[in-house]
Design a binder for this molecule. Structure first.
Ligand SMILES: *Cc1c(COP(=O)(O)O)cnc(C)c1O
Length: 369
């Protein structure tokens, strides 16, 4: 019995004929990168769609994190979460700063504001939280702590494309917010990313930094990097933006069906929508308590895999356990009890715009017994 494989995600692809039309325009004008017309259009259109004042496009979602720390001249220690994709902590390390891990809250999988103050030292200069699975962090409390100790806040908002609280984009919180447009994300440009900022001055500095620090033909004002987005991906991004709302709504319907079927399954926890939040349904994590469910997380995970259903254990193992970071004092599992427990319980179920009812039945038949 060769059943179709069901992957955790599937890229949202624009219409190929429309894309070819835009490629033809790029070929005709021969301007393929360096702030071309599609790059400019995509920045303007994204500002409108995301309800943010300024945005700067990048070639992936890791370089905006790296550049955010550069732009704010962050040094010393940066407080962050071990429960994320490894790029979050890598960006701190690449800046020569020391990551300091704090534990997460079980209710959101975001950084626990109660744990932040104890991690602050005289060397702390910034906090880098993650809106994990697109669930907004406790931004008010994080901001209050940042102001009390004069720290910068850089949100890794890679999962939070289009997420709003009370009609306000979460991307407007903190000093900077970073997005990823990788193929696996809700909105993609194949590879891509962006930084969201509050003012034109910061955008100017970020735009310099992503182009080697050039501030004109002959002037280099900072040790910048090359992380510009090209015209081909900007054009692709413009087309995808037209269909992303529909894709999010399809994900919403999948979430509704998962919740209906899983509510009442003993030992399986999942998230409901938060009040006053516009979610993007980027992931559908479930948390398996072996004693109540009767199977461990890994038993379920491998059983699904055997049947061609590829969930992912995001985020296991914790970043703090990787060889570069496991020696840091804050990496001790005793310091991270909630993250350690959650990392051992989580499976992200397949979640994308293309899942059929038949796919969902196959997945749920395996989980619900
Ligand atoms: C995907 C992701 C990134 C990195 O994005 P890339 O575009 O793959 O470089 C960073 N942080 C988080 C939390 C992510 O999920």
């Amino acid at each position: 019995m060769d059943q179709k494989q069901i992957t955790v995600t599937s890229p949202l692809l624009p219409d190929l004929d429309e894309f070819q039309g835009l490629l033809k325009e790029i070929w005709d004008c021969k301007w393929v990168t360096n702030n071309g017309q599609f790059h400019q259009q995509l920045e303007a259109t994204l500002c409108e769609y995301l309800k943010v004042p300024f945005i700067s496009l990048f070639t992936n979602g890791t370089l905006p994190l790296l550049t955010a720390l550069q732009a704010l001249r962050i040094t010393g220690e940066v407080i962050t979460t071990p429960y994320s994709f490894v790029a979050t902590t890598h960006s701190i390390w690449w800046n020569g700063c020391k990551p300091v891990f704090v534990d997460i809250e079980e209710s959101t999988c975001g950084m626990d504001p109660d744990k932040i103050e104890a991690a602050i030292t005289p060397r702390t200069t910034a906090i880098m939280p993650v809106h994990c699975y697109g669930k907004p962090c406790d931004m008010e409390r994080i901001q209050a702590i940042a102001e009390k100790y004069n720290l910068k806040v850089i949100y890794d908002a890679a999962h939070a494309f289009g997420v709003e609280v009370n009609g306000q984009s979460v991307l407007n919180q903190g000093d900077l917010a970073s997005l990823s447009f990788h193929a696996t994300k809700v909105y993609n440009t194949l590879e891509g990313g962006a930084l969201v900022m509050h003012n034109a001055e910061t955008k100017k500095r970020v735009d310099y930094l992503k182009n080697f620090g050039f501030a004109g033909e002959t002037e280099v004002v900072a040790p910048g990097i090359n992380s510009k987005m090209d015209e081909v991906r900007a054009a692709y991004g413009l087309l995808n933006l037209k269909q992303v709302d529909e894709a999010i709504e399809k994900r919403h319907q999948v979430a509704i069906k998962y919740r209906e079927a899983l509510r009442g399954v003993k030992g399986v926890r999942f998230f409901d929508d938060m009040k006053d939040v516009r979610h993007n349904y980027s992931y559908f994590p479930i948390f398996v308590k072996a004693e109540e469910y009767g199977k461990t997380r890994d038993e379920l995970y491998f059983k699904m895999k055997d049947q061609g259903i590829f969930g992912r254990r995001y985020f296991y193992p914790l970043i703090s356990t990787f060889s570069t970071y496991c020696g840091l004092p804050s990496s001790a599992p005793e310091n991270l009890p909630v993250a350690t427990k959650i990392a051992n319980e989580v499976i992200c179920l397949p979640m994308h715009h293309g899942l059929s009812d038949e796919d969902l039945s196959r997945i749920l038949d395996l989980i619900v017994r």
